[in-house]
Every structure is written in C-alpha cells, then in structure tokens.
Design a protein around this ligand. Structure first.
Ligand code: ADP
Ligand code: ZN
Length: 603
C-alpha cells in the first residue's frame, strides 16, 4: 500500500513532483485541519483534495455545482484506479441507490455530490453513518452573493461546520477578490484555517493583441501557422458573425461549429459535446459558451471582437491551456469594436452610474490593447498583483511596438490628476489640459490651475492614449465604483518627481503586426515529430472512442508530448512519462508502446 503523498503522486497520478503549494495544502488536510485555496485555473487544485482523500481513512466528498462535468471527472479518476462515483439528478434512481450502497459499504475513495443533493436530509443521514476523509468545496466562490455565480444551495453549506465539525474542509476557487474571499471564509467557517493564495498568472498562456486589418486573413494565418489541428474557441460578439465565421472556417478546411443562444438546445449540446469529446474541434461562439467547460487541452482562444472588460477577457482566455501546456490568447481589435461596445452600453437599460462603471471597465480593456509594455504585467496589475516588467511570453515582450518618450506628457497628465483633486474622469482631465472653456471647468474654478492649458501640443486622442497607458501600467487607478475618476497610484510618485522616465506606445493603426518568430502551436511539436505525434493521437482517439470518454481522460497532451520526446520502449521507461501511473501503465502501456516501437523501427 502506498502511504506518502509523493508515492501516491507517482503511483496513481504518474507525476514526479508537487506544484507550488500543493504539498503544504495536502499536509494541512492530513493533519486534520481546514484550508482555503485560491489558485488560478489549471493550477492543480484537484490533487489538493484527491490525494488526502486517498490517504485519509474514509471517503472524500467533493461538492461541485458543475453537474455536467462530474461524469468526466469520475471517469478520469477511475482510469487512474481510484474508486470514485458521483451523485446528482442526472442519475436514475436505481443508479443512485447503487452509489449509496457503495458508500455505505465503504467501497468508495471519492464521491462527487451536487450541493442540492448533499443538503437533503437523507444524504446527510447517510453521511453521518460513514467515515468521511474530508469535504472539498469546489468553485467555492458560489457562496458569494457578490459574484455572478452565486448559488443558493451553496449558502446551506455552512451546515458542514455545524454537523461535521471534525471533518477537514477545503474550499477551492480561482476567483480571488477580497469580498468573495471574506464571504467564503465566513460561510464555510475557515477563519482559523490557513489560506493558500496563489498568483493569478497563467504563464503558459501567450497573450497577443493585434490591430484589426483583414481579420479573417489574419485569423487564417494564425491558425495555419500555429494551431493547425488544435482545439480552440473563437469568440465573436454577434450570432450572425458566429454563424458566418464558423461556416467560413469549415470552407477553409477546419473542423468548426457555431455556438450561441439562437441555436436549439440540442444543437448546442451536440456542438459542445463534439468539442469535449473529439480532438481538434473549433467552437465559434458568443460569450454564452464556456461556463463550466473543463476541457484541459484547449490550445487557443481567439477574440475577433473586443471583450467588454478585463474580467471577461481574463475569464475567457483562462479557458486555454488548463493542462499547463503552451496555449495562445490571440485577439484583433480596431476602433470599430470600441464604437460598437460603447453603443451597446449606451443603449442598455442600466442606470447612468452603472453605465459609467461599464465604460471605465471598457477603458481598462482598451488600455491593455494599447500599451507597449508587457501585457501580462498590465493584466496582473489590474487584478492587484505585482509582476516583472517583462514576461517574455506576450506580443509586447516578443515583438516590441514603436514607442515615443512620453515622460513629459505623462508628468503633465499625472499632475493634472493631482491638481484637480484626484476624482475626475479622463474626458474632464483632457479638457483641463487642453484649456477648454467648459462650464464645468469654470464651476470648479479649474481655469486657474497651473495645469490648465499646458497640454495643447497633443490632440485629445493622443492624451486619451496617454491616460489609458498610465492606467494600464499602474500609474493611475480607476475608481470602479463611482464616476470612473482617476487617482494617483503609489508608482506615480517617482515619475512625477522626475526620478523616472517612461516610453509610451505610438498609436499606429497602419503598422502590420510582425509575424511571430517562433510558432508555439500544438504543444510545440516539430515537423520531424509530427508523424509520431499524429500516430499517438490516433491511438488515443481510438481508445477514447472504445471507452466512450474524452481523449484527455486517456492521456493529456503533456503525456503524449513526453512520449514524443523520450520515445520509451519498455514498461519501465513508460512509467517515467508524466501522467503515467500504475493503472494507466497496465491499461494503455502496451498500446502506446506499440505505436512508438513501430515508429522507431520504421526509421
Ligand atoms: P484546476 O482545478 O486548478 O484548474 P487541475 O486540478 O484540473 O487544475 O489541474 C490542471 C492540470 O495540471 C491537470 O492536467 C493536472 O493533471 C495537472 N497537474 C496538477 N498537479 C500536477 C503536478 N504536481 N504535476 C504535474 N501535473 C499536474
Ligand atoms: Zn510580456
């Protein structure tokens, strides 16, 4: 019997070492304590409760709202030899009875339960009668009434601390804002437990934003060069554009399907299922697609239209590369996007203040598009996180844009924010800089300020770009809750005092994005390895079809990549492949070794 976390990691999951805080979190649970875990998508949250579930006596109960995913999660665990089941409304009564029986007789290592199911008296009675290793509350932000994923059933989970005070609870989420965190802690009784907060960064995602020229041709080049047979999502704003784009991609030889609210539920279900179950399907979608999609090998996310906010951008691009392998977030944007979004916002039913907030969010999104500095740094800064100046894996780091010395302009802009009392929005500040004669300026007596009219050397548009870049790079903060007013960030001090200089991106519409030096497509398989890669994928597809599970349940891309690199020829060597534990070696070792041997002997 295996007995240390390291042994379980290797023998069951086939991995060499723990990532980030995984080991520390597991230790907390093994010691019988609770934990709160904030980790970005793809960070490896599941192992944090799966391994303690296997090591502690009793069954690990996983509470998740994503009913549609339970089957796949359980299938994946069973492939690893873990005795897992799930309980939710999709099961027949007979099947439910079987699961309850297995639970009663101690035949389960892990049980996934929907929250509404868990809180039923019958379920609670049953749980009280068996030994429980731990409760894992996945997607824990659903307890938060602030968030958009609030679930009333999650509120009732406070009963866990009342009825099972001695069973360790681990709450996990990828949503990290302070309000949400506080609510999770309060509702789930985690005040005295350790909090594990990992950064927001998704280092394997390459962020690229390009001026829109001929979007279809740009998209085609991108896909052909970098993601020929990969699965991905292409987001568009309108249903019509989704339909047109999907049809056009099919004409170009891609396996693409549309997804939007105008399709019948059956069509949507079928297209989603193809995306999940088959290799290399592209979904062209409105934002309605993606919630609860847990496909690990999405290799690219494309935005053909500008998302409404950085929150939306981060969430949508976050669906790429959950398996930790290289993935691309690629976007084209143009002035038309901005106008269209503005119009949609202005026409919406919301109050004036709501619209103002929406506008400030859009400006932050634009800021990300326009900066010349590292995209990742700006993105992380927006979410309140520090980041190095250069990530080396975004277009700004890989192919720097032309810049100008914006030190003087930035200083004028910052000092104008300061002089006007750090509460006005961009339009007003620009009016002051240009020395406009508006009623509002006279009412505030701002025509007497030293910054009044000192910015006439630049046009309003150029000032707009200066402000956006200052916001995006963390010199100015936007007040999200009021009028979109700007105030100075700590970082602005050195620039204002003349201790620092700054380069700003030139606002050029006509510059064509330079092609990437090196494509980072399908997990970076070189041409020489293509044949073996394709053969391994074919083997995986065949096995997945036989078992009626998604291909990644058999092996992740990372495992196939490893096989391509190391070309194992024996079972022992096969065990060294990432993601290969005892169970997968027994089930699939021979099939894949056969493919590799054939390939090697053919050379
Ligand atoms: P999350 O739930 O945080 O989005 P997952 O638990 O699904 O992330 O893990 C993301 C991917 O990383 C999975 O493919 C998982 O198998 C893999 N993974 C997790 N921990 C490790 C590790 N220690 N070594 C290698 N791969 C890991
Ligand atoms: Zn960068």
């Amino acid at each position: 019997m295996t007995n240390t976390p390291e042994q379980v990691l290797k023998d069951v999951f086939g991995y060499e070492q723990f990532r980030g805080p995984q080991r520390a979190i597991i230790d907390e649970l093994l010691a019988g304590r609770h934990a709160l875990v904030l980790m970005p998508t793809g960070g490896g949250k599941s192992l944090c409760y799966q391994i303690p579930s296997l090591l502690r006596p009793g069954v690990g109960i996983v509470i998740s709202p994503l009913i549609a995913l339970m089957q796949d999660q359980v299938d994946a665990l069973r492939e690893l030899g873990v005795r897992a089941s799930f309980l939710n409304s999709s099961l027949s009564l007979e099947a439910q009875r079987e699961v309850m029986q297995a639970l009663r007789s101690g035949a389960l290592d892990m049980l996934y339960v929907a929250p509404e199911r868990l809180t039923q008296p019958a379920t609670l009675d049953l749980l009280r009668s068996v030994q429980i290793a731990l409760f894992a509350i996945d997607e824990a932000h659903c307890v938060s009434q602030w968030g958009h994923d609030f679930r009333a059933d999650y509120l009732q989970l406070s009963l866990l601390q009342e009825q099972f005070p001695h069973v360790p609870r681990i709450a996990l989420t990828a949503t990290a804002d302070a309000n949400t965190r506080e609510e999770i802690v309060a509702r789930l009784g985690l005040a005295d437990s350790q909090h594990f907060v990992s950064g927001f960064d998704r280092p394997n995602i390459q962020y690229r934003i390009t001026q829109k020229q001929t979007p279809r041709q740009q998209l085609l080049r991108f896909l052909r060069r970098e993601h020929e047979k990969d699965a991905g999502i292409v987001y568009c704003l309108s249903r019509k554009k989704v339909d047109d784009t999907a049809a056009w991609l099919v004409e170009q030889g891609f396996d693409a399907v549309p997804y939007h609210a105008g399709l019948t539920p059956e069509q949507r279900q079928r297209h989603q299922q193809r995306f999940l179950r088959e290799d290399g399907v592209i979904v062209v979608a409105t934002i309605a697609f993606g919630m609860g999609i847990d496909k690990p090998d999405v290799r690219f996310i494309v935005h053909l239209d500008l998302p409404k906010s950085l929150e939306a951008f981060y969430q949508e691009t976050g669906r790429a590369g959950r398996d930790g392998q290289p993935a691309t977030a690629w976007m084209v944007y143009g002035l038309q996007d901005v106008i269209m979004l503005r119009q949609m916002m202005d026409a919406s039913q919301g109050s004036e203040s709501f619209k103002r907030i929406e506008r400030a969010r859009l400006d932050a999104m634009l800021g990300l598009c326009e900066i010349s500095s590292c995209r990742r740094q700006a993105l992380l800064h927006y979410f309140g996180e520090q980041a190095p100046e250069h990530c080396g894996n975004c277009d700004a780091c890989l192919t720097p844009a032309p810049t100008w010395d914006g030190t003087e302009a930035a200083r004028k802009a910052l000092s104008c924010v300061y002089r006007t009392g750090q509460r006005f929005g961009v339009n007003y500040l620009i009016d002051v800089l240009l020395g406009a004669e508006s009623d509002k300026i006279f009412q505030n007596a701002h025509q007497h300020l030293s910054t009044y009219g000192i910015g006439r050397e630049l046009a309003a548009n150029a000032w707009r770009s200066v402000f956006r870049q200052l916001v995006a790079r963390g010199y100015l903060n936007v007040d999200h809750t009021s009028y979109g007013g700007l105030h100075l960030a700590e970082k602005a001090r050195a620039l204002l005092k003349g201790e620092e200089r700054i380069d700003l991106r030139v606002d050029v519409q006509e510059v064509l994005a330079k092609p990437q030096k090196k494509a980072r497509g399908t997990a970076q398989v070189g041409d020489a390895d293509r044949v073996l890669w394709d053969a391994l994928r074919e083997c995986r597809r065949r096995l997945a079809e036989e078992k009626d599970v998604p291909p990644y349940v058999i092996f992740h891309d990372a495992s196939l990549m490893d096989m391509v690199h190391y070309r194992p020829l024996t079972s022992q060597q096969f065990l060294d492949i990432s993601g290969v534990g005892q169970s997968k070696l027994e089930k699939y070792g021979e099939a894949f070794l056969q493919v590799i041997r054939e390939h090697e002997s053919g050379h």
